[in-house]
Design a protein around this ligand. Structure first.
Ligand SMILES: [Ca+2]
Ligand SMILES: [Ca+2]
Length: 555
């Protein structure tokens, strides 16, 4: 062989090996969901789809059966949703015999669905849809815009909610920026929404729409910048459906009998339903939703704590009128437009105290700021965003302060940095000695092993936050027989360990599995999340998932 031939041969081998090793990749699923109790055909797009064999879906009640296919770029499947499946979005992964795909999302809906029929870009091409409806579309041609007509009645508020960015699974993937518009029968725009970027809805528009008159309205959806891409699948749900844009309060003391008000409620009779609280944790965020008749609302995060609540919803607008509170306490309140809230407390013996502000982490738009003043009115410390040195404590926009307080009287000023107000801007500030909290991630979060068994290695990193202390032990949750952990201890003073998951021969069947892992120290515990980094349009993004994904291959 000449040198050139050898190089070509080598190159060819590399290409073949590269192709053989490429993991399947899903760029879109259309439609990205279905109604409870329904069974629909869905189309996957991506690469390496011809050899897909396995599916793994978060939770129960959702099933996807792959249909035979010979095309690597597209694959049909059947999505079936049980009548009692929980509403909301689920992670879905696929795998061939060797590797798992990236994660995608399917959404479990509760109203009848329809798939768009193009063309639907102009008022003369849009069709009437019965309500309630979930309209499945994609922005897939040129500068696509999709519309449909609905008949609405004055006084009947409807929810119009887009799931676009959120069904792409990539919460920080910024390319689809939704733009929603409602026009009246004469074509006049009467409402628009483009999401809010950095809160609960991300770039997904959502409207509480109160029709000004009986009549036909057209709902339009497109990308803010008129971009299109075949993976731009989305869903628009419209109807007289329950939805809460925030709640007040956004948390409560464990065991308290608390009445929670939905903020911006779309339906007048909404009954709160609380999700289970993890008994292992002292700071517990769990789901809260509302029901109205046969319908469920969106799920809101709700913070349960050991501290009793002090409600700061009236007064306390100046330091002179600060509301006195006893520590430890959870300050539950909201702001009057343009006004802060002040509280005061007395310290008897020198103490190390924490002020832990919650708003951003509970999906409300409040941008909290905390300022601590001494008895003479001197500002001694302030915090706005949780990033930087406090990143592990609060994170995002939530402020955190930990400091020593000498005996005497102290004041705290709480405000929204943009001086916004109303119950739509609630806050929860924990004030006291603090909580033991563990936070942990592992990477990589995906591995393949033969059915004959083997070891999977992943690096676990844990942070002991506030008062968490001691050795950290790592354990599997509901471990299948024959699956065990080796090296499952992070000694006091250390923060990470190379963990081995040992899978005995034949203990896991061929296919995709999720192993959930928990970390526990002397006074706190947490479920570890897999840390996944991936690329989109040349940009690295990160997301977290609640388990180690394992592909068991035939021997
Ligand atoms: Ca379209
Ligand atoms: Ca269109």
């Amino acid at each position: 062989m000449s040198r050139l031939t050898r190089m070509l041969a080598l190159w060819l081998v590399m290409i073949i090996a590269g192709v053989a090793n490429a993991a399947p990749r899903i760029t879109s699923i259309f439609p990205a969901g279905a109604q409870r109790g329904a069974s629909v055909d869905i189309t996957l797009q991506g690469s390496g789809l011809k050899d897909l064999k396995h599916v793994l879906i978060q939770g129960t009640g959702v099933e996807i059966v792959l249909l035979p296919g010979t095309d690597d770029a597209t694959r049909k499947a059947r999505l079936t949703i049980a009548a009692d499946a929980a509403q909301g979005r689920r992670e879905v992964r696929f795998a061939d015999e060797r590797d798992a795909s990236n994660v995608r999302i399917v959404s479990v809906g509760q109203v009848p669905e329809v798939n768009e029929v193009e063309p639907n870009n102009t008022p003369d091409k849009v069709t009437l849809q019965p309500l309630p409806i979930c309209f499945n579309g994609r922005l897939n041609e040129g500068s696509d815009r999709d519309g449909f007509i609905v008949r609405l009645r004055k006084g009947h508020v409807v929810l119009i909610e887009v799931e676009g960015l959120r069904v792409l699974a990539n919460i920080y993937e910024s390319w689809l920026k939704g733009f929603l518009e409602v026009t009246d029968a004469s074509g006049q725009p009467i409402a628009t929404n483009q999401g809010t970027v950095d809160d609960y809805y991300r770039w997904d528009p959502v409207l509480r729409f109160d029709p000004p008159a009986d009549g036909e309205y057209t709902i339009w959806f497109r990308d803010l910048n008129w971009r299109s891409d075949t993976k731009a699948v989305y869903r628009v749900t419209v109807g007289e459906l329950p939805h809460a844009f925030a709640t007040y309060p956004i948390g409560a003391q464990r065991g308290a009998n608390v009445s929670v008000e939905p903020v911006g409620a779309t339906v007048s009779t909404m009954t709160a339903v609380f999700g289970p609280v993890n008994p292992d944790v002292t700071l517990g965020i769990s789901d809260l939703m509302f029901t109205a008749g046969a319908y469920e609302s969106n799920r809101r995060p709700f913070l349960w704590t050991k501290e009793p609540s002090a409600y700061v919803t009236a007064g306390g607008l100046t330091r002179d009128t600060a509301i006195p509170v006893q520590l430890p306490v959870a300050l539950d309140g909201w702001f009057e437009l343009g006004k802060p809230r002040w509280v005061s407390f007395d310290v008897k013996d020198k103490a190390w105290l924490h002020l832990n502000g919650y708003a951003w982490r509970l999906g409300v738009p409040t941008d909290l700021e905390l300022k601590v003043y001494d008895a003479k009115g001197n500002l001694v410390q302030e915090a706005d965003d949780g990033r930087g040195s406090n990143g592990g404590q609060a994170g995002g926009r939530d402020p955190f302060i930990a400091r020593e307080f000498t005996p005497g009287k102290w004041f705290v000023r709480i405000r929204d940095v943009d001086d916004r107000g109303g119950k739509g801007f609630p806050f929860r500030v924990l004030l006291g000695p603090g909580h033991a909290t563990l936070r942990g991630t592992f990477a990589p979060d995906m591995a393949g092993i033969p059915v004959a068994g083997g070891d999977i290695t992943t690096t676990v990193k844990c942070e002991r936050i506030d008062l968490a202390r001691g050795d950290i032990t790592i354990e599997l949750i509901d471990a299948p027989q024959g699956v065990s952990l080796v090296n499952a201890l992070i000694a006091n003073g250390k923060n990470d360990v190379s963990l081995t998951v040992r899978v005995a021969s034949g203990s896991l069947p061929v296919g995709l599995h999720r192993l959930r892992i928990r970390a526990r120290c002397e006074n706190a515990s947490t479920i570890l999340v897999g840390n996944e980094t991936y690329n989109n349009q040349g940009t690295a993004y990160q997301r977290e998932t609640d388990g180690l994904i394992v592909v068991v291959r035939p021997n």
